[in-house]
Design a protein around this ligand. Sequence first.
Ligand code: UGA
Length: 491
Amino acid sequence: MGNRLQSPSPPSRGPNGSARTIQSSLVVVGAGYVGLVTSACLAHLGHRVRLVDIDSERITSLRAGVTPIAEPGLDTLIHLGVKSGRLSFDDHPRVALHSADMVFIAVGTLDANGRWTDTNVRSALESVLACESVPPLIVIRSTVRPGTMVGLRELVAATARPVNLLLNPEFTREGTAVADFLSPTRIVVGVASGDPPDTADPIRRLYAAIDAPFLVVDHSSAELIKIGSNAFLAAKITFANELARLCLATGADMSTVRYGIGIDPRIGPQFLRTGPGFGGSCLPSQVELLSAMSKELDLGLELIEAIVRSNREQPRRLVRELLASLPTPRRVAVLGLAFKANTDDTRESPSLRFIDALSDAGVGEIQAFDPQVRRLSTHPGVHLFPDAYAAASDADILVIATEWPQFRSLDWGRLAHVMCGREVFDARSIVAADEASAYGFRVRSLERRSAQRPEQPGVAAVQDRRLEPGPRSVAAGPMGSALAGQWRPAP
Ligand code: UGA
């Protein structure tokens, strides 16, 4: 790390730079998840963006007005961007580069088997560097394996082109990516060791309309700020899942404990929701990467290695515990296949790991419904249904595997009518168990044994409901007490 980058420049509360956004002209390479969100949002901020992808089919369909991924608000921003003339699409960067101020590279860094690869980033960078006119700034937006930027910088240096290479990692979540982009918690820019922090000024201007701390750090630190953040979130989730087991064993109430712990600002209430483990294309692959690096470099990162083991085991453990006291069910209905609500993404979905564990345990038929997943090529044996009630028909057990809002208010009378059994496993702890138990269902979850279990001691009354999730109040009268074991988000 160069002397001028010994510590990050102090975060500046924005707007970053002038109040008025100075229009930049950019090329974004990669029309995948990150590239699409980055392009649409930067066009929304007033910049001129050309989104480039070698997949000409994807470019053709974008030109025809079809957004290839489901992400709230993205479709609208793309349409507005195209209509305003600020967003356009190409299948080669050459077309757009001559007039660009900077290039963003937002291509995938996982191969088809989920293994880390820098092949796409390198070849995107090479194809930009091979163009006749190359802008002075190339920004890597992809999530890269720590150490990758050193190699990319060598690649740039070998061309002797006057180009600064920056890393600008993203911290957006699927399902809220547009909102996260436009109201980020921070903007991080990694500059090469020895380069002055003002190398990042064009990026500062790019985000001038956004009010967020702006951190300029060295390349290696930016790489680890990105992956370290996700590893910490994974640690919180894993910790919550383990704490919930401790709660069940000791009679404590997890929602109350979560509230009491999360109210401490040093801890915070977020990412302490229990479930079948963390999934998606980011958290699992990134924690596994750090765990692999721990072994490769003999770093002894025991906590990180334990997170990977605990998370892999979580769905199997849940299925073991669920089936321990029941005869092996003939048919199980699984509600939710996406790795979390508000997305159709099933990559590394804990719901699918749960289904795998059910099949391994000898469950004959699995019927499933997800509001956005309409095809499941990875699991041809799973029967997909158009709604929750069709999926539940003749099922012995109903499992809530993804926290879709509509699963909080299921029609239990209708479910009682269509289901054979009365067992519910609420892996996301969202079901109104008192309503279900009124129809004879036994609801079990990670946070309670069953709706009928005896009252547990809890907080007498908690006035401050600002934090999510709030505790169950035992002062709510006999029907609203902890008897119901009901989890509700704070209003
Ligand atoms: C994650 C990070 O949250 C983003 O900040 C980051 O930018 C992104 O990865 C990335 O690297 O690109 P995402 O993969 O969209 O975002 O999903 P999360 O919202 O983090 O959820 C990950 C998994 O954890 C899901 O399966 C979710 O159900 C689970 N989860 C989350 C819990 O089990 N409990 C919680 O309290 C929160």
